[in-house]
Design a protein around this ligand. Structure first.
Ligand code: ZN
Length: 633
């Protein structure tokens, strides 16, 4: 076996020195060379590293375990600068002369020394001293064996010029070049040869990179002396890239690398090795923080350079915007040290907007948006609001909204108070208790003690916002409850119920309502209107208080949102002034029986209703982010 290896080496020598050019194949991608240095590290290795660094060259170092401990810093530097560490036995014994245990010790002891730089778990290719190996040695070593294609005999002729010429003359695409960094002349000759070969268009890569770039996998139990061009060049390992998103006070950083590459990273320093953290998904950090990362197919010589990304800016909370009744706007920061900026007219605020220095008085009809930020801070999300034409402050109603004017009027007249803290909740579903409360406010009337006492619904909460309103409406025949004695104040009000309540209200106010014969014919879903509700819906549609949807539906069983209630209330005021008074007549038997029909048609839960806001009223803009706290309208 040893003899076979020697013959093989001789053949390689001949070809390596004679063959100036590589095989004549169609080539794509770079011309690659792997330059390797054996028997070190030694006193000239750091000078060699300087020269390689200057030339942007990555080499492979087949080192002797017994030498590694003498130059620990050199080996660490070698690793960090992207060179490949490799195993050349402990003491340069001919491995074929050794027992299995001795071979194993030669390899493992050296690996452990190399691990001090590269980290536990690193795999190292092996080059047998004297190129002497056999299948037993390869199996025991448990690693791919790397031979060479070009041998300039630099150990024999200690002459930099000769070494240079032999390397240059012997080089061909895909060749592995053998040198020894324990000779000063070899270091000089190698660097001089690199200069010439780089000019000829060669790229110097590690052994691992040479094979990876050509799509070849180094196998345990195999030996290699070159990697001929095969039309494949996967290119160098790309550096990882960073992106982030702000999550509260922290940043969520995503690191990306090219396909198949793993990412190793640290937030402590840039000395990454096999033992560094492996990236598995976004990292949450608190600035100021630096992240170092590298993309790797193999951390030992087949990876990108280590790149760092600093995150110095602090996440910034949205400022608090407030507008008083008199139009005085104040901004309050929620992030220490951040500056505040604002812009009018709905324009997105930025750090180029007007700097806030103190309260500003707004003209009615102004939309303002504000943000926090400045040097050292990310720019926050914006806070926005309207100081309305009628002097209301809305965080979630803007002049461009289809319901703006009606909401402004309903708020101005006191029919609707909003949900507190500037939040109107235009897209919140309207509850039965809320609708009755709106009508109560609209009427301007008060409820008597007797009426309160007569109000016996089982499910009313004393002292609740709707209590007086429900009793008032009940006493006037505007509402009645369900058969089971409940009123269900917190249930969404459906459009057909709303029709009845408004019709009863107008009747109570002494208005003559149109019969509206035939008014429902135009609705494609008229059959969904409950029998008890049809006369009310018909009448309310006929007088224009309620409308159908653009698509020809009425959606009698859908709920209504607060913005719709505002629109209807404003219409109600107009309608009251135009509808004729009803002739005074003996009151006939009143309604109760008709209303029992409601019972079976109102399901307990109307939550499905939420999404299906009637389409006529959906000129909808962005949803309010503000939390809505109370039920009171
Ligand atoms: Zn050697």
């Amino acid at each position: 076996m040893k003899r076979m290896a020697m013959i093989f080496m001789a053949l390689v020598l001949v070809f390596g020195l004679v063959a100036v050019a590589g095989p004549v194949e169609a080539k794509t991608g770079g011309k690659l060379l792997a330059i390797t240095f054996d028997d070190g590290p030694g006193p000239y290795t750091s000078r060699l590293l300087d020269g390689l660094k200057k030339r942007g060259v990555h080499a492979t170092f087949f080192m002797l375990g017994q030498n590694v401990g003498n130059y620990p810093e050199t080996v660490t530097r070698m690793y960090r600068e992207g060179h490949q560490l490799a195993n050349h036995s402990w003491d340069h014994s001919d491995l074929t002369d050794l027992s299995n245990d001795e071979v194993r010790r030669q390899i493992n002891d050296t690996n452990q020394r190399l691990n001090r730089a590269a980290g536990k778990g690193t795999s190292y290719v092996v080059r047998a001293p004297y190129g002497s190996f056999n299948s037993r040695v390869m199996e025991v070593a448990g690693a791919p064996f790397i031979y060479w294609a070009v041998d300039p005999l630099d150990w024999q002729d200690r002459d930099a010029e000769i070494v240079k010429n032999r390397v240059v003359d012997g080089a061909y695409d895909g060749a592995i070049i053998l040198l020894h960094d324990i000779h000063s002349t070899s270091v000089d000759g190698a660097l001089a040869a690199i200069d010439i070969l780089q000019d000829e268009g060669y790229e110097f890569v590690t052994v691992n990179e040479l094979f990876r770039r050509r799509g070849k996998v180094l196998e345990v139990g195999e030996s290699y002396h070159r990697c001929s061009p095969n039309g494949t060049d996967l290119g160098p390992v790309q550096k990882p890239t960073f992106s982030y998103e702000i999550v509260g006070d922290q940043l969520r950083v995503t690191i990306s690398a090219q396909k198949g590459a793993e990412i190793y990273y640290s937030t402590e320093n840039g000395n990454l090795n096999q033992e560094s953290k492996k990236y598995t998904g976004p990292i949450t950090i608190t600035p100021p923080t630096i992240i170092w990362a590298t993309a790797a197919y193999n951390m030992n010589g087949s990876r990108s350079e280590v790149v760092s990304q600093s995150y110095n800016r602090k996440p910034t909370k949205t400022p608090i915007l407030d507008i008083q009744k008199n139009g005085q706007m104040t901004l309050t920061s929620r992030t220490n040290g951040a500056k505040l900026y604002y812009a009018f007219g709905g324009e997105a605020p930025s750090t180029s907007s007007t700097l806030y220095t103190g309260p500003v008085t707004l003209k009615p009809g102004t939309v303002v948006r504000a943000c926090a930020g400045g040097e050292g801070y990310f720019t926050s999300e914006s806070a926005g609001g309207t100081y309305s034409h009628l002097g209301n402050f809305f965080r979630d109603v803007f002049p461009k909204d289809w319901f703006y004017e009606e909401v402004d009027q309903a708020a101005h007249k006191g029919y609707m108070n909003g949900l507190g803290n500037g939040i109107f909740g235009p897209r919140k579903m309207l509850h039965r208790g809320q609708l009755v409360t709106l009508l109560y406010r609209y009427s301007g009337e008060t409820v008597t003690k007797e009426e309160m006492a007569a109000c016996t619904f089982k499910d009313l909460q004393p002292n609740s916002y709707y209590m007086e309103a429900v009793c008032w409406a009940n006493a006037r025949g505007i509402v009645d409850g369900y058969k089971d004695g409940k009123f269900r104040p917190n249930q969404n009000v459906r459009r057909q119920e709303m029709s009845k309540i408004f019709a009863e209200f107008l009747a109570y106010r002494g208005k003559s309502l149109p019969d509206g014969e035939g008014a429902l014919e135009k609705f494609t879903d008229k059959d969904e209107i409950s029998a008890w509700a049809a006369p009310y819906v018909q009448s309310m549609v006929a007088c224009g208080l309620l409308e159908g949807n653009k698509d020809g539906t009425f959606h009698p069983k859908h709920g209504a949102v607060r913005a719709q209630a505002a629109v209807v209330l404003v219409r109600l005021a107009q309608l009251e002034s135009t509808l004729p008074d009803a002739p005074v007549e003996e009151p006939e038997e009143t309604v109760p029986e008709t209303l029992t029909g409601i019972e079976e048609t109102v399901p307990e839960t109307l939550t499905g209703v939420e999404e299906t806001v009637s389409e006529t009223l959906t000129g909808v803009v962005e949803e309010s982010q503000a939390p809505v706290v109370e039920e009171n309208p």
